[in-house]
Ligand binder design. Structure first.
Ligand code: ZN
Length: 362
């Protein structure tokens, strides 16, 4: 346990000296983001996670100590071999643990957290102008773990995006060059997209007179949820269709977005999908597989999740024929590299950018 603490302290020191950042700021952000009720709800989850991690680490250390005590030569040899493999970058999966990337991404960018919190603090104190009376609605669709490298419209040989292709052919949507994501983790990639030096994107739209609504299929209490909560702090309403841990499919976003669009217009509706999130096979309903089976010959689980995203996004786009559209993803995916991903895989970074008449509020 002492070794583990020293490891954390060492990584923290390294991250701070290299990147000016220290350990993550969940508590800080959550305190900023939440009401007392929400904080209480998160508290139990947070401690369950922390205690689970500590127990696993204690167990790993106990096994290592027993092994070193019982079979010292073998154990020390195995540890030394492990260190060498890690230092050399290892095979593809272990490459996700390359020390610099790990330190940078795990021991977060605390300065940016502090910036987010101070921006939102100032926005809360600023009076917002009244809602506009006219203008086009705007739909911002944030895909999840969707790499453009697996999308038919970006040249993938399998037809994973027939509906988007049709909307592009009809002139409803414009296919832009693929975009490079800035981070492989959802909340931090969103922070790069939706926070600038002075304001959150939602605040700018709200200040511009739009009613702004978030409709999310993601967990409200994911780790780093404080970031998401603060990025969408200026929303008039936030709707989470996935509650009490129950699994929902992205198609349930469609009626929720339709309802959100029925309020005061013009509005901006942010849609946060579950998309192709890790274990992409779980994101696709059986009924959809049964209906599309003949068109999806040779599709793996990831291809299926892209086909399903194509189906949901096209329905969202058709909800309001005059709405401005912006569709992208937080980051891509190193398909089949497992839970820990492979940052050296280009598919991890390249995401779609498909739009219609959309311009960011300045
Ligand atoms: Zn993500």
């Amino acid at each position: 346990m002492v070794g583990y603490c020293l490891l954390v302290l060492g990584a923290d020191w390294f991250a701070k000296s290299q990147f000016g950042t220290t350990i993550d700021g969940d508590w800080f952000l959550l305190w900023m983001a939440s009401g007392t009720e929400e904080l209480r709800e998160f508290w139990a989850l947070y401690w369950k996670g922390i205690c689970g991690t500590l127990a696993a680490v204690a167990l790993a250390w106990a096994i290592a100590i027993v092994a070193i005590w019982r079979w010292p030569k073998w154990a020390v040899g195995a540890i030394a071999a492990g260190v060498v493999v890690l230092a050399l970058g290892g095979p593809a999966r272990i490459a996700g643990f390359k020390p610099v990337y790990f330190a940078w991404d795990t021991f977060l960018r605390f300065g940016e957290y502090r910036h987010l919190a101070s921006v939102v603090g100032a926005e809360r104190k600023t009076e917002r102008p009244p809602l506009r009376e006219s203008g086009r609605n705007r739909l911002v669709i944030l895909g999840e773990s969707l790499t453009s490298r697996r999308m038919g419209v970006y040249g993938y040989p399998k037809d994973t995006t027939p509906e988007l292709a049709r909307l592009i052919a009809e002139g409803r949507l414009e296919l832009k060059p693929e975009r490079r994501a800035t981070n492989q983790y959802t909340a931090r990639a969103l922070m790069d997209m939706m926070l600038d030096d002075e304001h959150t994107q939602v605040w700018r739209e709200r200040a511009d007179g739009y009613r702004v609504v978030l409709v999310s299929a993601q967990d409200r209490w994911e780790r780093y949820c404080g970031i998401e909560q603060l990025l969408f702090d200026a929303c008039d309403e936030r709707v989470y269709i996935r509650q009490d841990g129950k699994n929902v499919y992205d198609e349930e976003l469609v009626p929720a977005v339709k309802k959100a669009m029925e309020g005061h217009s013009p509005c901006v509706v942010y849609v946060h999908m579950m998309g192709s999130h890790f274990l992409p096979g779980d994101r696709v309903p059986e009924a959809f597989r049964a209906a599309k089976g003949s068109k999806a010959v040779g599709f793996d689980d990831y291809d299926w999740s892209v086909l399903y995203t194509d189906h949901v996004v096209s329905q969202l786009v058709r909800l309001d024929p005059s709405a401005e559209i912006y569709f992208t993803s937080d980051h891509g995916e190193s398909v089949n590299a497992g839970r820990w991903r492979d940052p050296s895989d280009e598919a991890m970074w390249y995401v779609p950018e498909i739009a219609s008449g959309y311009a960011r509020a300045e």
